[in-house]
Design a binder for this molecule. Structure first.
Ligand SMILES: [Zn+2]
Length: 104
């Protein structure tokens, strides 16, 4: 039998002693943290019809339909290759059931 894990309470650091303790722990650093690192994001595809709803024939030859994750989700046309892989991956990730605490 396993006991459910208790969530550790998150207490704000409001007292002076807490702030001094925190500054002692992190070597006296305070103020703004550094900006997030420049991370390359996936460039948006500019092919006409890529990502459009697959209600008719493919807008461009070679496009493949990818079905979404939800119940009764429609399919969309994507370029074969990178765009289709990204769409399938997104659908697979969205198909992962949510936990009761809201995470996956
Ligand atoms: Zn595309």
């Amino acid at each position: 039998m396993t006991r459910p894990r208790a969530q550790r309470p998150r207490l704000p650091e409001t007292s002076g002693a807490q702030r001094r303790s925190h500054l002692a722990w992190n070597g006296g650093m305070k103020g703004q943290s550094r900006p997030p690192a420049e991370a390359a994001t996936a460039a948006r595809c500019t092919v006409d019809g890529c990502g459009s709803e697959a209600t008719g024939p493919a807008p461009t030859a070679g496009m493949v339909p990818v079905t979404g994750a939800g119940d009764g989700a429609g399919a969309h046309w994507w370029c074969a290759g990178r765009c289709a892989v990204l769409a399938r991956t997104r659908a697979e990730l969205r198909a992962v059931p949510m936990r009761s605490d809201g995470g996956r």
